[in-house]
Design a protein around this ligand. Structure first.
Ligand code: ADP
Length: 478
């Protein structure tokens, strides 16, 4: 069942001592998919040493040469999209069509940064003295450590590794221990495309805290890029202080999804279904709190209940399934706790409200009504297929509720009033705003958050700059 390039002994990471191993399991069935070597902090240090050894040669290549390698990597990912998607559904659970969508979305970053690699322009500044010339270069930051999560086992890697390699950096990658097989496959394809082995180092480990400490403490690592939970992001930020590393952090969100009474309600329900139920609600940009203006509250709920009843829950490999399992049982237990707390606090269950009989990893798609903004289901990131709906009176109240959170990643709203669109878009304290749109991420636009949702942007022209430093040259005595 496993893709042909996964063979023991050929897997990046297998160089590590096999004294400890860990199993990779299928969240839909509980079946063991693979057993891998569990790297130690010492292995991470070896990986850093290799990546720093590879740095000068990779840096010296022309931008065009690096771009060609990345372009080949893109072609190989697309060529193997079906295998990569199957591997992802097996280890992560998302429906196969969604997994394929993620593989192509992940590949789009490789293509984009292959193109952008050639456009890393500097600047010439008109000098303030006649005998000087002032020039600004953009150079790759050096060795980059990337720590990635399990919810997008492919795209969170390509969105970091492709711009790093494009900018002339080398990379030590620690993917989630829950989804290492997609990472292995991607890295092997990168090697086939011509990325030198040492320039992209894979560290597979369940000892995330120890590996994280090793990566943060090492002065040879000049940038840490992380996607994951806010508490871990804060720990990593503290740990990077001693070596003053450049940081890219994509952390948690608590996205409001606001439906104003002038909205196209069918479009709003459609957008909400895309934003909420993709990946079984396990994305950091998933709608977390649904705010509906009083006048359209009942009409919106009718349409929503119908759309939710159409979801097909099951093993993502089966045809027709649109909602897979959560990543593991502790994820199910968290969702269960949030729903139970909301019910005890007075929320009503319009749909679902319990685990799903498909298996221990599944939770039924759920709609909660009569929700209050102070409930834990509105304050915490749910990361599951639960839609808490609350009513609001006017624009000011909607904005106040939406902004009352330490997070600031994505927000969404539906309205047809052009004045309101500008006012609300400018008033939302978020890094990204979907307006009459529930799916907003792509390779050409800057992805990232404000407040405790993170630092920096990924994708787009800005995402390449994040992996560079400016160097100012002052040529005197002319
Ligand atoms: P999620 O909720 O998405 O699992 P985490 O922040 O727990 O978010 O995990 C994201 C990534 O961070 C994973 O690769 C995980 O192994 C890693 N990780 C978890 N804890 C730590 C830590 N203390 N230091 C470094 N990395 C960590």
């Amino acid at each position: 069942m496993l893709a042909p390039w996964y063979r023991a002994g050929e897997c990046p990471g297998d160089g590590h001592a096999r004294s400890r191993t860990f199993a990779v399991t299928n969240p839909a069935t509980g079946e063991t998919l693979a057993v891998l070597a569990d790297a130690s902090a010492g292995d991470a240090e070896t990986a850093i040493a290799r990546a720093s050894r590879a740095l000068p040669a990779w840096q010296r290549l022309s931008a065009k040469a690096r771009a060609s390698v990345l372009r080949r990597w893109f072609d190989l990912i697309v060529e193997h999209a079906d295998d990569l998607a199957t591997l992802m559904t097996l280890e992560q659970g998302k429906p196969l069509a969604e997994a394929r969508g993620e593989v192509l979305y992940g590949a789009s970053f490789v293509e984009w940064f292959a193109e952008e690699a050639k456009r890393l322009y500097g600047d010439v500044i008109p000098a303030h003295q006649a005998n000087q010339r002032l020039v600004v270069l953009r150079q790759g930051v050096g060795v980059v450590a990337a720590i990635t999560p399990w919810n997008f086992p492919n795209a969170m890697i390509t969105r970091k590794v492709a711009p790093a390699l494009a900018a002339g950096c080398t990379v030590v990658l620690k993917p989630s221990e829950l989804t290492p097989l997609s990472a292995i496959a991607l890295v092997n394809l990168a090697y086939r495309a011509g990325v030198p082995d040492e320039a992209l180092q894979l560290v597979l480990s369940t000892r995330a805290a120890e590996i994280g400490q090793a990566l943060c403490a090492d002065p040879r690592v000049r940038k840490l890029t992380f996607t994951g939970s806010t508490p871990v992001g804060k720990t990593l930020m503290r740990q990077c202080a001693d070596t003053v590393k450049k940081l890219g952090l994509e952390l948690g969100g608590n996205a409001p999804f606001i439906v104003f009474d002038d909205a196209d309600l069918d479009a709003a329900v459609q957008g909400l279904m895309r934003s909420k139920f993709r990946n079984a609600g396990q994305t950091c940009v998933c709608a977390n709190r649904i705010l509906v203006q009083e006048r359209v509250y009942d009409a919106f709920l009718d349409r929503l209940a119908h759309a939710v009843s159409q979801l097909e829950v099951g093993n993502g490999l089966e045809t027709g399934v649109t909602l897979g399992p959560l990543i593991n049982e502790s994820a199910v237990a968290k969702v269960e706790r949030l729903v139970n707390e909301a019910r005890s606090a007075g929320a009503q269950v319009l749909a679902g409200g319990q685990r799903h009989p498909a298996g221990p990893g599944f939770y039924a798609p759920t709609v909660l009504t009569g929700v209050d903004a102070g409930m834990s289901v509105c304050r915490e990131e749910i990361f599951g297929p639960v839609v808490p709906v609350l009513a609001f009176r006017d624009e000011a109240e909607a904005l106040a509720i939406a902004n009352d959170t330490p997070f600031g990643l994505a927000a969404y709203f539906y309205s047809r009033d052009v004045g309101r669109i500008w006012r609300v878009a400018e008033g939302l304290e978020y890094g990204m705003v979907g307006i009459n749109e529930g799916a907003i991420s792509n390779e050409v636009a800057p992805f990232g958050g404000v407040k405790e949702s993170g630092l920096g942007r990924e994708g787009s022209k800005y995402g390449l700059e994040e992996f560079t430093e400016l160097k100012y040259l002052c040529l005197g005595g002319l």
